[in-house]
Design a protein around this ligand. Structure first.
Ligand code: UD1
Length: 425
């Protein structure tokens, strides 16, 4: 077991490049199941979640290798061929493995996928995925924790999502790409990662309009051909480094960004008193703390609202802001798992239901804390960077799911962070 040992109190400075987006690359890898010929993905982040998806795909018969760091080659079995059951011991580790359901159904006519695991941030049902696929003509059943779906040929349909679920939109989008006729997804998710998937599918020959809006129209095609695609930058990793600059009173330039994707986070940091500047080329953003941070309220919403994945990092940030900040989580019902751990560092936070009230500014003092989930872990690292003395963060497997070389990147910005083996300390 390993832990991060952080000695806080050092303002971060310098430049850091963010990797390709975790939440974009996972659906792209699933979509490679439907592609005839080779798929090449560029800027693939080195993450545990990517390794997990590679294991799922290997089980389903996809051959993969890295041609260079970050360049992933994938070749899947021909249409109608290959395994249709995803392995339970891998799927339970990561909810995004459920994204193979739509592609398997579309290109092999059958799929067996266990109900997924992943971060413990609420019930996270898959009813919208299943309703959508059923509307396309799939017979779907749940037995012994396993979703079984089959369809001779999927047929386009009009689908209204009760909530703009990212995963459901992606599963339906992939399946509809090979369905017969037109599919309309209403109240679709408009997250950049959905748009990246649609762009990938279109480059492979799919016919999709409206991705990035609430209404997506898909005209099914008979097959998808091999392609090369660069994964969009990770807006949550970028947001985490922007928050790290702010919480340490530093100045950090984050490279490889799409400003449009970062607007909700940039707006909040500006409100809190940071200077946020975009490079002339528009592909880098500098965040500079200019004195004591001011508290603000944060409400998570589907894109283009404030991202739920940045909510925990902002809880940490608000502990160092003057005044009271109210954080409202509207996307997930149980996403304040970092609060008890932040309190161990000295935070004054009251969380009840979907609201957390953060009283600032409280001095933080280093302590031993446990990452409760991926983004909660990021919040603890941020708090550790601002705390006096030494903070140890354990359960790094959560952080490794979604942050590539986090300790190394922070050290590059002047942080004192060590990754150590627990048995050696
Ligand atoms: C994706 C992201 C995750 C992010 C989330 C919201 C990936 C791999 N993960 O997760 O990092 O936090 O979007 O931006 O892309 N819901 C249902 N029924 C369903 C599906 C979802 O009720 O069938 C609910 C969920 O319980 C949750 C809300 O919808 O309350 C949003 O979930 P969803 O957008 O589906 O998130 P994920 O795709 O799982």
């Amino acid at each position: 077991m390993e832990k991060l040992v952080i000695t806080g109190g050092h303002p971060l400075a310098g430049r850091v490049r963010v990797a390709g987006a975790k939440n974009a690359v996972l659906p792209l890898m699933a979509a490679a199941l439907m592609v005839e010929g080779e798929t090449v993905l560029e800027d693939v982040p080195a993450l545990e979640d990517v390794s997990t998806m590679l294991q799922v795909l290997a089980h389903l018969g996809t051959e993969t290798h890295y041609g260079a760091p970050g360049r992933l080659h994938l070749t899947s079995p021909a249409k109608g061929e290959g395994e249709v059951a995803a392995p339970y011991d891998v799927v339970r580790r990561m909810r995004a493995s459920f994204l193979v359901l739509g592609p398997l159904l579309a290109c092999r006519g059958r799929a067996e996928v266990p109900l997924p695991g992943g971060c413990a941030i609420g019930g996270r049902p898959v009813d919208l995925h299943l309703k959508g696929l059923a509307a396309l003509g799939a017979e779907v059943s749940l037995t012994q924790g396993m979703i079984r779906a089959r369809a001779k040929r999927l047929t386009g349909a009009h689908i209204y999502l009760d909530f703009p679920s990212v995963g459901a939109t992606e599963n339906i989008l992939m399946a509809a790409s090979l369905a017969h006729g037109e599919t309309v997804i209403e109240n679709a998710a408009s997250e950049p990662e959905v748009v990246d998937l649609a762009n990938f599918l279109c480059a492979a020959g799919a016919r999709i309009r409206g991705a990035g809006t609430g209404v997506i129209r898909v005209n099914g095609v008979s097959g998808l051909r091999g392609l090369r695609h660069t994964v969009i930058p990770d807006r949550i990793e970028a947001g985490t480094f922007m928050a790290a600059a702010a919480i340490t009173g530093g100045s950090v330039t984050v490279e490889n960004i799409v400003y449009e994707h970062l607007k909700p986070v940039a707006a909040k940091l500006t409100e809190m008193g940071c200077a946020v500047e975009l490079s002339d080329a528009g592909d880098a953003i500098r965040v500079t703390a200019t004195g004591t941070l001011k508290a603000t309220d944060v409400k998570t919403l589907p894109y283009p609202g404030f991202p739920t994945d940045m909510q925990s990092p902002f809880l940490a940030l608000l502990t160092q802001a003057r005044g009271t900040g109210v954080v409202t989580e509207t996307v997930f019902e149980n996403r304040f798992l970092a609060v008890p751990e932040l309190k161990r560092l000295g935070a004054n936070i009251r969380a009840e239901g979907r609201t957390a009230v953060v009283e600032g500014r409280t001095p933080l003092a280093g302590a031993e804390v446990t990452a409760p989930d991926l983004r909660g872990g990021a919040a603890l690292v941020l708090a550790g960077l601002a705390a006096e003395g030494e903070t140890s963060v354990t359960r790094l497997e959560h952080l490794d799911r979604g942050y590539e070389r986090l300790a190394e990147k922070l050290v590059g910005l002047g942080a004192q962070v060590k990754r150590v083996n627990v048995t050696n300390v």
